[in-house]
Design a protein around this ligand. Structure first.
Ligand code: UGA
Length: 428
């Protein structure tokens, strides 16, 4: 099949590489010449495990084409995916301007063979109906098309695995022909397929991210109770999670959820709810607890710190990515700077991005030990694997004071205590 994917972020580029790897001819449209040239040369721009290899392989096979030109790509394609960003506006509403602009550009290049225009961007319920109206307005009278919604559920850091092993593939459309074409395209995936209407597909995506955020905030709320009562949140949630109706997965307390999806999607769902006159207090509480998780952790540091020199391990919003969008590290660093701390940071992938925000206001180390050297305490904000089995005896010698504030509960408190550390974690 020949496809076009508009956008080359995590969703667009990963989908493009995976579909190309199944033998499809894939065009990827961007709007920045420099980025398109980098992609053509096998540079994925973002860091995502396995992506560079998959990109290079499919470029070499001649199945992946990067372009700025809608005309070159659209008229050849049976399916066009929209994968552009829908960032939050100040009021939490999703900014749909890119989606609508892309819809217009696609419309102007549709030909008289049937094309499915399918949205993978996370968009509020009702958006794809507007996309359909825009396409009708700008497409030629002869153009034949149908609109569909195919939300994406991949996680950064395991995006290729998630795409190949999705728990479900959701296809929403009122057009039987569009559904048939999208089923054919997804035939190599063994995932369960859910066929539905446009509105349900759009809402499935928000409902999924909202329940994930709710699980995390609930776990953080229980951690607050544990800190006040002396209970151990890990033991509490282990036991709670053994109930098959609840489960333990995605119930890890910490410094709160970050990233470009959960924070923005909770806010966008609140915004949609308000417009529909629905009581959104449950979702508002999820967002509020997420802020409280970061704030509690900061207060723990401010109350128990051993001096103004501080090391931070982990800056990305989660491991295996260089993405720092809405990362708790930004909130913590901003606030520690306000309190005149001298900060030295290390992250295996995200230092370049954090430097764009903080520049020379903080120091950058080339490994975890160098970051810790000579500082009065260590903070851990991302649970990268390489921190989990670090040489703790060596670390203790390097730090001026053996104090760790662990925002991800990666160490055993008893082990740390026996090694002579003062160890502050979350809910334990
Ligand atoms: C999330 C969803 O998990 C994906 O299914 C979805 O496709 C994606 O958003 C999206 O909408 O595009 P992602 O943001 O990549 O994926 O990362 P997650 O693994 O969901 O982690 C989000 C944040 O929650 C991270 O900051 C992570 O540290 C935090 N988290 C996660 C916790 O604090 N506790 C947990 O138990 C799990």
């Amino acid at each position: 099949m020949t496809l076009t994917i508009v956008g080359h972020g995590y969703v667009g580029l990963v989908s493009a590489c995976v579909f190309a790897d199944f033998g499809n001819e894939v065009y990827v449209i961007g709007r920045n010449k420099e980025k398109i040239n980098r992609l053509k040369n096998g540079d994925p721009i973002i860091f995502e495990p396995g992506l560079k290899e998959l990109l290079e392989k499919n470029l070499k096979a001649g199945r992946l084409h990067f372009t700025l030109d809608y005309q070159e790509a659209i008229h050849k394609s049976e399916v066009v995916f929209i994968t552009v960003g829908t960032p939050p506006k100040d009021n939490g509403e999703a900014d749909l301007s890119s989606v609508f602009q892309v819809a217009e550009n696609i419309a102007k290049n549709l030909s008289n063979h049937f094309t499915v225009v399918s949205c993978k961007s996370t968009v509020p319920v009702g958006t794809n109906q507007k996309v359909e109206e825009i396409i009708k307005k700008y497409a030629s009278k002869k153009a034949q098309f149908a609109v569909a919604s195919c939300p994406e559920f991949l996680r950064e850091g395991s995006a290729i695995f998630d795409t190949l092993n999705a728990d479900r593939i959701v296809i929403g459309s009122s057009s039987k022909k569009a559904i048939e074409i999208l089923l054919k395209l997804h035939q190599p995936f063994s995932s369960k397929k859910i066929i539905t209407d446009l509105a349900s597909a759009e809402l499935i995506k928000y409902a999924s991210n909202a329940i994930l955020a709710t699980k995390i905030s609930f776990s953080n709320l229980i951690a607050f109770y544990c800190e006040k009562t002396g209970a151990d949140v890990e033991k509490v949630l282990d036991a709670v999670g053994l109930d098959k109706r609840i489960g333990r997965i995605f119930m890890n307390p910490g410094v709160g959820y970050g990233g470009s999806c959960l924070p923005k999607d909770v806010l966008a769902l609140i915004d949609t709810g308000k417009k529909l006159n629905i009581d959104t207090s449950l979702l508002e509480a999820v967002d509020k607890v997420n802020y409280q998780a970061k704030k509690n952790f900061l207060e723990k540091i401010l109350k128990n710190h051993q001096g103004k020199k501080i090391a931070i391990w982990g800056l990305s919003f989660k491991p295996n990515t260089d993405d720092i969008r809405f990362a708790p590290s930004i909130f913590i660093i901003e606030n520690l700077l306000k309190h005149d701390f001298k900060i030295k940071v290390f992250d295996p992938e995200a230092m370049r991005n954090i430097k764009k925000i903080f520049g020379e206001k903080i120091e950058y180390a080339s490994n975890p030990y160098e970051a810790a050297k000579g500082t009065d305490q260590l903070i851990i904000l991302t649970e990268w694997n390489e921190f989990k089995q670090i040489d703790l005896k060596k670390l203790k010698k390097i730090l001026k004071k053996p104090v760790i504030f662990d925002g991800r509960n990666i160490y055993d408190p008893l082990l740390l205590k026996n090694l002579g550390f003062k160890y502050f974690s979350v809910g334990r």
